[in-house]
Design a protein around this ligand. Structure first.
Ligand code: SF4
Length: 365
């Protein structure tokens, strides 16, 4: 199935332009991430942006918390291979400076530019420049203070508060006839997030930026994101996304990209390792082979399906289906290329190198 024949038809939205990236129903769901380097360290910031872009990020966000960061932003924008999103809190002047410096989009939270006239200045300047704005509501900002009343903390109640906060803020933007808006309503858990986006989608036609906020370290974050964002994408909701993972943001891009691929919303853009869970029939160290191949091939940006299977019972079937297959026997493996076995028995201690060489050959441009 190609991504064009997705089983998950997208919700119709208006289209929002973020420089070269179009966000909305007719356009591919874009993957974004956020750098951890400060903008003032231009070399480090640009290097990280380039790594994220190489991994497949179409948009990259960076914090602009000070006038010095806003000043450095121009040099970062000039060298960035992808449009940049400036993350702004509390300070309208920083938002104006970030737009002046070349940010293609700014992200602000409801209420943290509290003076209406300041907010209107930001909105009007964004309208004049064609800069998009993400309104980002997080569950933490609407949590009730009273910790004793469990009903107040139910996911539906928090989600309702998030949607209400977004709607009141939206009114201010619409009063200025500004509609280049992307909305995010990130909860820190799956049920709140799913409820919030569902309700928001019923209330407007703005594109949605999906995410779970502060999702945790890698396995936890991947699980929450796959469950929450997967559920929403399967309902046709979501036009751009960020997977939040503590650590190197390149992981966020890999996971975001793969989530879209496994859901059929994007074509395979790298190496997919298909490996069996192993069982008592397996007679090679398949776990280490699969994990080494996974790590070694993460940066390859050519589509290739590689099956690594532990025995001759089920192995050859899967190995034949893939572009490249390895079916293991007792201390050796047999290759399959596009369904045909080569018949050669490769000793276990050469399996990784030989398989990786073959992958490199098949993905060479
Ligand atoms: S492919 Fe073979 S080793 Fe792997 S899980 Fe299936 S039966 Fe077990």
């Amino acid at each position: 199935m190609s991504h064009c024949e997705s089983l998950f038809p997208r919700r119709r939205t208006r289209t929002v332009r973020v420089a070269s990236v179009l966000i909305g129903s007719d356009h591919p769901v874009s993957v974004q991430s956020m750098i951890t380097a400060p903008a003032e360290n231009v070399e480090a910031a640009v290097a990280q942006i380039v790594r994220l872009a190489d991994a497949g990020a179409q948009l990259v966000r960076l914090a602009v918390p000070t006038p010095a960061a806003a000043k450095a932003l121009r040099a970062v924008c000039d060298r960035s291979p992808v449009p940049l999103v400036a993350d702004i809190h509390f300070n309208a002047r920083l938002a104006l400076a970030a737009m002046e410096a070349g940010a293609a989009k700014i992200r602000i939270n409801p209420g943290n530019i509290p003076v209406a006239d300041d907010l209107y200045r930001v909105i009007d300047e964004a309208g004049r420049r064609g800069t998009a704005i993400r309104i980002g509501v997080n569950s933490g900002s609407v949590m009730p203070r009273d910790r004793d009343d469990a009903r107040q903390h139910a996911p539906q109640e928090i989600a309702r508060r998030m949607v209400d906060a977004a709607r009141s803020y939206l009114d201010l933007f619409e009063r200025r006839s500004f509609r280049d808006i992307v909305l995010s309503l990130k909860g820190s858990d799956v049920p709140t997030t799913v409820w919030a986006y569902r309700h928001m989608a019923e209330a407007c036609d703005y594109p949605l930026h999906l995410g779970i906020t502060a999702a945790g370290p890698r396995e936890e974050a991947v699980l929450k994101s796959a469950a929450g964002l997967g559920a929403l994408l399967a309902e046709g909701l979501g036009d751009t996304l960020r997977i939040s993972i503590t650590g190197d943001p390149v992981n966020e891009v890999h996971v975001g990209r793969r989530l879209l691929e496994v859901m059929g919303l994007a074509p395979l853009a790298g190496v997919e390792i298909i490996s069996c869970p192993t069982c008592g029939r397996c007679e090679v160290d398949l776990t280490s082979l699969a994990e080494k191949l996974y790590e070694a091939t993460r940066s390859i940006r050519k589509p290739l399906r590689v099956a690594v299977m532990g025995c001759v019972v089920n192995g050859p079937g899967e190995a034949r289906e893939a572009d490249l297959g390895v079916a293991a026997g007792r201390g050796f493996g047999v290759f399959f290329r596009h369904g045909q076995t080569t018949g050669e028995k490769i000793p276990q201690d050469q399996l990784f190198e030989r398989t990786f060489d073959e992958i490199r050959r098949l993905t060479a441009s």
